[in-house]
Design a protein around this ligand. Structure first.
Ligand code: F6R
Length: 239
C-alpha cells in the first residue's frame, strides 16, 4: 500500500495524473468510479485535461441508491453523468451504473458483474471511504467475499449523506452496491479521503487490523493500493 499525504488542493491533480498516466501509458481500459464528495476534485482535474484515448475507456460505477430515480439530481446516475460522462465526452453506452429502479435486483446485480467480467475486469478502481469505514456501500459487518447486491444503508451513512439531500428523511434506506469481493478483483485501487471525519477509518484501513467492523480494512489484502490523503484524514496514523 502506498500512502501519499498531500495538501488538500493537490489531491485532485495527483489523482488525475495517476488516472491519466494509467490510460495513456499503462493500458487502463476499464475504470471503476466512486461518487460522493471525495473524488470530485480528481474528476474536475481530469476534465480540465482529458487523457488521450479516454473515449476507449469503459466505466463502471460502484453503487446506486434504491428509491430515487436515475433522473433525481442526487442519484449516482446523475452524478456520474455530471462529473464524468459529459465533461470527459464519453459515450453514455460505455458508462454503466447499477439500475436502482430495477424490480429484479438479483438479475440486475448478476448482469452488472457479468458486464465487468466481459469487459476484462476493472483495471483501476477509484474509492472513497465512509466515516464508518464503508467502501462502496459495503457497511460494517459486510462479508469480505460479498458480490454486487441490494443492501441496507447504515444510519451513519444516511446521516453523513443527508448533506446532499433536503433532509435525513429524503436519504434512501437501500442501495445496490458492488461487493467487497468484487472491488478487490480490480487490478489497482486508488483510495482518496479528505477531512478529520475520515481519520479513524483511514487509520484502520492502512494499519489494520482487518475486521468486518471496518470494511475498508480488507484493502490490506489487495496487492496494489494507492491512498491519497490530506493532513486531516492522515491525522490518526501512527506510522
Ligand atoms: C460512493 C461510494 C461511497 C463514498 C463514501 C465517501 O460511490 O461508494 O463509499 O465513497 O461514502 O463519500 P464522500 O466522498 O462523499 O465522503
Amino acid at each position: 500500500m502506498r500512502v501519499e499525504v498531500l495538501d488538500a488542493a493537490a489531491i485532485g491533480g495527483r489523482g488525475a495524473t495517476i488516472i491519466r498516466e494509467g490510460i495513456e501509458s499503462s493500458g487502463i481500459r476499464v475504470l471503476g468510479v466512486a461518487t460522493g464528495g471525495s473524488p470530485g476534485p480528481i474528476y474536475a482535474a481530469l476534465a480540465a485535461s482529458p487523457p488521450r484515448g479516454v473515449g476507449r475507456v469503459r466505466v463502471f460505477a460502484l453503487d446506486e441508491y434504491v428509491g430515487i430515480g436515475s433522473s433525481h439530481p442526487r442519484s449516482y446516475h446523475a452524478a456520474v453523468r455530471r462529473e464524468i460522462t459529459e465533461p470527459l465526452g464519453l459515450d453514455p453506452a460505455s458508462v454503466r451504473v447499477l439500475d436502482g429502479e430495477t424490480t429484479d435486483a438479483g438479475a440486475e446485480c448478476a448482469a452488472f458483474e457479468a458486464e465487468i467480467a466481459a469487459a476484462g475486469g476493472v483495471d483501476l478502481q477509484i474509492l472513497g471511504i465512509g466515516s464508518n469505514g464503508h467502501i462502496a456501500f459495503n457497511e460494517p459487518g459486510a462479508d469480505p467475499s460479498s458480490r454486487t447486491r441490494r443492501a441496507r444503508l447504515d444510519e451513519t451513512t444516511r446521516r453523513d449523506n443527508a448533506r446532499f439531500f433536503h433532509s435525513l428523511d429524503d436519504v434512501p434506506t437501500h442501495c445496490l452496491t458492488q461487493g467487497i469481493g468484487t472491488i478487490l478483483e480490480a487490478r489497482r485501487i486508488l483510495l482518496v479521503a479528505r477531512g478529520a471525519a475520515k481519520a479513524h477509518a483511514i487509520r484502520q484501513a492502512i494499519e489494520g487490523p482487518r475486521s468486518r467492523a471496518l470494511p475498508a480494512s480488507w484493502l490490506l489484502d489487495h496487492p496494489d493500493v494507492t491512498v491519497l490523503l490530506d493532513a486531516e484524514a492522515a491525522s490518526a496514523l501512527t506510522r
